[in-house]
Design a protein around this ligand. Structure first.
Ligand code: PMP
Length: 286
């Protein structure tokens, strides 16, 4: 089936969906984005994703590209035209097209907006979660405003590729004090030997993942003990379990860090329970 993308007011065949060479997203990575899970044709946690989009836009001094109501229509129409049952929705807003100049473009420059959607294989993702994934640590080398979900992802790209080259699926950034910040596109978690779930607080230093927020709710409902505090790589290597969260992965067990087995080398019960019950706490739209 042919894919369709929404680009600045038009639904176009994916192959013909283009933005101008002077789009500030292309020139300066001057834009923000969101990725939402689609499950059974519905957007998961749309409200929270759109709230975070608003926050990201405000933090970089940009107006909304359209009203939230209009945006919700575009998101649904993009899903419909792509016939996505299970998959992902991608939404990107940049500061628009203008002659190249670092300062903001003239007032009235229209933001560019792109929305795409694709189907993913849920069974394959579940199979991966049953095996667990490997993670490699890399030095944190990003700017301080990683709480903004910007398309400026070069450090994340390089970290992910370095991990991939070593056979790991995700890279975990480690700050100068030896504490894990987050993954290249996910939040990082461990379960300590005495059963506490640990994840870094969502102060600047990480992106406040929507999946992270919901997973904390799931943990609370299950009566699990959660400590929002930084954890070191040394602590992670001794942990009973490790896992990561992202809209694209839900809760994904981590079974190796830097080549060392975590726990018994198999996905742990806490990660599995959070994954199994995640969608009971997530908001599923119409
Ligand atoms: N951290 C980073 C750097 C990310 O790119 C992502 C994925 N967008 C996350 C965390 C997880 O966020 P979410 O749960 O909202 O997908």
């Amino acid at each position: 089936m042919s894919r369709v993308a929404y680009v600045n007011g038009r639904y176009l065949p994916h192959a013909q969906a283009k933005v101008h060479i002077e789009d500030r997203g292309y020139q300066f990575a001057d834009g923000v984005y969101e990725v939402c899970e689609v499950r059974e044709g519905r957007l998961v946690d749309e409200r929270r994703h759109l709230e975070r989009l608003d926050r990201s836009l405000a933090e970089i001094g940009m107006q909304r590209p359209m009203s939230p109501a209009a945006l919700r229509v575009v998101l649904r129409e993009t899903l419909r035209r792509n016939r996505v049952h299970d998959g992902l929705l991608y939404l990107q807003v940049t500061r628009g097209v203008a002659p190249r100049d670092h300062g903001f473009p003239p007032p009235g420059t229209r933001p560019s907006i792109v929305v795409t959607a694709k189907s993913t294989d849920r069974a394959k993702a579940d199979a991966l979660a049953e095996a667990g994934v490997a993670v490699m640590t890399v030095p944190e080398n990003r700017w301080e405003r990683v709480d903004i979900k910007t398309v400026a992802l070069l450090p994340n790209v390089l970290a992910r590729q370095a991990a991939r080259a070593k056979g790991a699926r995700e890279a975990w950034f480690v700050d100068k004090d030896g504490f894990v910040t987050e993954g290249s596109s996910s939040n990082a978690w461990i379960v300590t030997a005495d059963g506490a779930i640990v994840t870094r607080p969502a102060t600047p230093g990480i992106l406040k993942g929507i999946t992270r927020t919901v997973a904390l709710e799931v943990a609370a409902k299950q009566g699990l003990r959660v400590e929002e505090r930084p954890f070191s790589v040394a602590e992670a290597l001794k942990a009973r379990e490790a896992f990561l969260t992202a809209a694209t992965q839900i809760v994904m067990p981590v079974v190796r860090i830097d080549g060392q087995q975590i726990g018994d080398g198999r996905p742990g019960p806490v990660a599995q329970a959070l994954r199994a019950h995640f969608h009971e706490s997530a908001e599923v739209g119409l």
